[in-house]
Write a protein that binds this ligand. Structure first.
Ligand code: SAH
Ligand code: F3S
Length: 481
């Protein structure tokens, strides 16, 4: 018998979670990039078929999973701290099993079992379909490990169970892995080689989301512009594909166009673009379809040509400027955001100035900025000494963050006194009487709720702003409703 245990009204969308009686409870926590959050939804789907229902309370769980990130040392330390907490709960509930998923699982493999005695199961990002077998192993009292990386796996045939959803926006993954081998980055080691998902399964997932009332999707990949479907297999093997496969291959700009055309009222975002792989075709496709959001996340990491080369970023700052100029020309309304790494090995005061100068040229809308963290096994860790002193890294980081704040404030102000379309996502964190949503550029907007609901497209007149948030009043439904 099935009974409804949780019924949350969120605006006009009703979220029902059904639970089979006598089923087991899964508690899952995710860290790191959006891809990890999306993967956890795949894991929840695979385990739902095994009779596991998700719970928000760790204390109630039969199985606790943590989907981990290895991108910086700090991300790994955060997970280690959480494991201590899990350990405390396990002392009260010794039957509880603990599994580690994601990039740390792939990086540390069975070493995890020795280092963290609490862990029963270690599962890498390409091995989630093996979870039913691995769980049987741990049920029988053995530890279980599967960290095999795959040439084919895209989970295209798994319908994700949406976790913590607002019923409005969802992630749809389109590629897995990365072939770029930036020298600082652990991702190619933990997520394997690049492969793309069948466009038909992507379109089907988007249609399902649309039918369930979702209004915005983000197409996800470590490097979306490198998307290439030619019938399956690794991107690096495309050269070996048949003439027929090559002639019918779908690249990222075609995929974007297909999704945009199939659902003209669905907002489409994508992340992340790598400057060396982003094509003019993609920018032109963005211009052609009003439902593709006018925002590009375009990490640059450094403004110095010498450092870009050391990082194995396969473009120069001049080529980056050319790309920025093209985006501004074809899409004058487009917002641009960045990722920066501060204090990469050998970074001099002049290299740092080059970064500040590049930022001054672009004036990014927002960005994610971190000091360099050496990752074991990467080319940078093997070849270069982490030689920029910590206090210099911190000082440079502060300068970069301060400059970004200035630019964010400048960009946010450009929207003042304009009327913009906002998709309502939920209640503002600061006020129960206000909705929070975003405009096409991904800027957060808050406005009085009035009669509007979650999932509505509302025209909002902007009257005020802070550094990163627009404040306005609703003036009616947008024609997109
Ligand atoms: N293509 C992926 C990159 C994932 S890593 C994406 O853009 O989502 C995300 C960001 O983490 C990178 O852009 C980089 O700025 C940062 N990063 C990666 N490795 C790092 C390291 N070793 N130290 C500090 N920051 C790092
Ligand atoms: Fe990492 Fe560079 Fe790929 S940052 S994910 S190796 S594009």
């Amino acid at each position: 018998m099935e009974k409804i245990i949780d019924e949350k009204k969120q605006g006009n969308s009703l979220v029902l979670e059904q639970q089979k009686e006598n089923s087991r409870k899964l508690y899952i926590e995710s860290y790191g990039c959006q891809m990890n959050f999306s993967d956890s939804e795949i894991v929840a789907s695979i385990l739902a078929k095994e009779g596991f229902n998700t719970t928000q309370k760790m204390e109630d769980a039969d199985l606790v999973l943590v989907n981990t990130c290895s991108i910086r040392d700090k991300a790994e330390q955060t997970v280690r701290k959480r494991l201590e907490k899990f350990n405390a709960v396990k002392r009260i509930n010794p039957k509880m099993k603990v599994g580690v998923l994601g990039c740390m699982a792939e990086r540390l493999k069975s070493k995890f079992l020795e280092e963290e005695k609490i862990v029963d199961m270690v599962v890498g990002p390409d091995a989630y379909k093996d979870l039913p077998n691995l769980i049987q192993e741990i049920d029988e009292g053995r530890n279980a490990v599967n960290v095999i990386l795959s040439k084919e796996e895209t989970y295209g045939d798994v319908a994700p169970v949406r976790l913590n959803t607002n019923g409005v926006s969802a992630f749809v993954s389109i590629t897995r892995g990365c072939d770029n081998m930036c020298t600082f980055c652990v991702v190619p080691f933990t997520r394997g080689r690049e492969r793309s998902r069948d466009p038909q399964s992507i379109l089907k997932e988007v249609s399902d989301l649309w039918e369930r009332g979702f209004k915005e999707i983000t197409l996800l990949g470590q490097n979306v512009d490198s998307y290439l479907w030619y019938g399956g297999g690794l991107k690096k093997d495309f050269e070996k594909a048949s003439e027929m496969q090559k002639a019918t291959a779908v690249d990222f700009s075609e995929l974007l166009a297909q999704v945009a055309e199939a659902h003209p009222k669905m907002r489409i975002r994508f992340s992340t673009s790598n400057p060396q792989d982003m094509t003019l075709d993609v920018i032109r496709t963005m211009a052609k379809y009003p439902n593709i959001c006018k925002h590009v996340h375009l990490p640059v990491q450094s403004g110095s040509n010498r450092i870009l080369k050391e990082m194995n970023r396969l473009h120069t700052r001049e080529e980056y400027f050319e790309l920025i100029d093209n985006i501004r020309k074809i899409l004058p309304e487009c917002s641009i955001s960045q990722d920066m790494i501060i204090g990469f090995p050998t970074e001099t005061a002049q290299d740092h100035q080059d970064t500040l100068e590049l930022m001054e040229y672009v004036k990014y809308d927002f960005g994610y900025m971190f000091t360099y963290s050496e990752r074991p096994g990467t080319m940078a860790a093997r070849k270069l000494e982490d030689d920029v002193p910590e206090e210099i890294k911190k000082k440079r980081l502060t300068e970069v963050i301060n400059l970004q704040q200035k630019h964010s404030a400048y960009r946010t102000k450009q929207h003042l006194h304009k009327t913009i379309e906002v998709l309502v996502e939920g209640t503002s964190k600061k006020s129960d009487e206000h909705w929070m949503g975003r405009n096409t550029q991904n800027t957060v907007v808050v406005f009085p709720k009035e009669h509007y609901k979650v999932g509505d497209f509302v025209n909002v007149k902007v009257n005020d702003c802070t550094t990163a948030t627009l404040i306005g009043e609703p003036v009616g439904y947008s024609e997109n409703n």
